[in-house]
Design a protein around this ligand. Structure first.
Ligand SMILES: [Fe+2]
Ligand SMILES: [Fe+2]
Length: 403
């Protein structure tokens, strides 16, 4: 039995430079009430701690280049012992060879010198969503996921387009924008600091040009980074997966149209599309065959039932995955709360107005309503109280007209 996770999140930093660890200790001093933070100076020491401690570490953040054992090896050994642990690489070396080694192991790459606010925000969002998943099995299956399965037809098209020297970024974008699995992967790569630390890419065209067709080609062909769906994933058969991915694309396109109709700024329009494309990815986890089937009690919504039966919702599971992968926080929020948009608004914060979450929630609900000929069950309706709070209730007919 692996040790349980404690109430207060436990973090372990591994770096062979004591000065750097000192700096991190100082930087994270304000967080000491909230987090238990531990340090060690080598891979073997880290493994010793991980096996000796009674409580598992929630997060391990390791340097890449260290004597005896490098960061990729430390994290892969920790992943084998505790698949639920969040694994980050914090490194000063933009060495492609080394990055490729850890692409399948680390959830995220951050570059040195480390920006304390960015690190804290990254960890707070990931730990917050993780806390919503009460079921340990569900947490593990999300944090153990490195690749999502693609639709076979799109996978074959991607491979053929990527191998042609004359293919353009637009050709690749056309395919990737129909496949949540590929889109998530490309965004994960681009948002990792090693691809140039250019900040956050919000749209797929930008993301593909950052990574570059050559890198995508080698990731696809040699590392098998894009996986073909063979036989199904969890409880999903190929045809239910196809239906899920095509619904995802419809919601993405509708969310983008709604954001445009609202005159939202460019980054929100782009996050709305990506958020729509990824919103239901969590269904791959809560639909796992090892879990009992979803059965509703009288008056219960599917989201409440997911929480009761699985200890977390498909929105939260997807949001947690994309927080781990370092996707923009607007996208993470849109995925996590698309059925419960009011949870995306912390009461202490000022009204943020129209966001990607608003667009994805409305697009998903309005499309369901359209498909059900306006007799959709109550839980699929747009959330009236939430839209009223944002002062957007009157906008529904206009949104319906553009989707
Ligand atoms: Fe959903
Ligand atoms: Fe949906």
């Amino acid at each position: 039995m692996p040790p349980a996770y404690s109430e207060k999140p436990r973090l372990l930093f591994v770096d062979d430079e004591p000065m750097l660890l000192q700096g991190i200790r100082r930087m994270l001093h304000p967080m000491r009430e909230k987090w238990y933070i531990d340090f060690c100076e080598s891979g073997p020491q880290a493994l010793e701690k991980v096996t000796a401690e009674k409580s598992a570490y929630d997060v391990v953040i390791s340097d890449m280049r260290m004597p005896i054992m490098n960061g990729a090896e430390v994290l892969s050994r920790i992943a084998a012992l505790h698949p639920g642990t969040i694994r980050l690489i914090l490194s000063g070396h933009a060495d492609r060879q080394m990055i490729m080694q850890s692409v399948g192991i680390a959830h995220r790459y951050l570059s040195k010198p480390c920006d304390g606010r960015k690190l804290t925000a990254t960890l707070e969002q990931a730990l917050g969503l993780r806390a919503m998943l009460r079921d340990e099995e569900l947490r593990r299956s999300v944090s153990g996921t490195i690749s999502l399965p693609s639709r076979p037809d799109l996978y074959v098209r991607l491979l053929s387009v990527i191998q042609q020297a004359e293919s353009s970024i637009d050709d690749v974008e056309e395919i990737v924008s129909h496949d949540p699995a590929m889109a998530g992967k490309v965004l994960k790569l681009v948002n990792s600091a090693f691809f140039g630390n250019r900040g956050t890419a919000h749209n797929l065209n930008e993301a593909i040009s950052y990574v570059g067709l050559d890198v995508l080609r080698s990731l696809a062909l040699t590392l098998g980074l894009f996986e073909e769906l063979k036989g199904g994933f969890g409880a999903l058969t190929l045809s239910s997966m196809e239906a899920l991915w095509s619904h995802s694309f419809d919601v993405a396109a509708a969310a983008r149209s709604i954001a445009v109709a609202e005159g939202a700024e460019k980054s929100i329009v782009e996050e709305s599309f990506i958020g729509g494309l990824l919103h239901d990815v969590g269904k791959l986890f809560v639909g796992s065959p090892t879990l009992p089937p979803l059965s509703l009690q009288p008056g219960e919504t599917p989201v409440d039932a997911e929480r009761r039966i699985y200890g977390g919702t498909h929105g939260e599971a997807g949001g947690y995955l994309f927080a781990l992968w370092g996707l923009p926080s607007g996208v993470v929020e849109a995925v996590a709360f698309h059925h419960e948009p009011e949870r995306g608004l912390p009461a202490s914060e000022k009204d943020p107005g129209f966001t990607a979450l608003t667009a994805v929630h409305a697009a998903d609900a309005l499309l369901h309503r359209k498909q059900h000929d306006a007799v959709a069950p109550f839980f699929l309706h747009p959330n009236g109280a939430y839209l009223a709070r944002l002062g957007l209730s009157e906008r529904l007919p206009a949104w319906e007209a553009v989707i």
